[in-house]
Design a protein around this ligand. Sequence first.
Ligand code: THU
Length: 141
Amino acid sequence: MKSEIAGMLIQRALEARKNSYAPYSGYLVGAALLAEDGTVYTGVNVENASYPAGICAERTALSKAVSEGRRHFKAIAVVGGRREESAGCLKEDCTPCGICRQSLAEFCTPDFPVITAKSITDYRIHTLGELLPFSFSLSCP
Ligand code: THU
């Protein structure tokens, strides 16, 4: 993973995070998913008064991409923090929740890079396999 690509994805995730709809938790998340053809699909968390109806930023991005016909991906960047945290300098990494890890595993291999960042220069690259070893899968009948 080249640092320019990581930086570009983090920038897109930070930009997207501004559109997060999180009136209940106050925790704003942005994601940027790079498809194999070079297209970047962004996503935010979209909460709901009926809490379980909310969706995470990563799955928003993934759903947008798959519904546009993309099924092969190179990397994802995720940024998150409370509303009052400034966009370019978040306090902690936001690592994807379990459901998002499983959703990514549907389309991405264990070596898929998951970038978590506090800023454009302060980031870590995990693999999906590290975040979700022994993921569940079913072979299509
Ligand atoms: N959230 C995400 O968008 N992605 C994650 O991987 C972790 C959690 C959202 C869900 C909820 O809207 C808020 O962060 C607080 O849990």
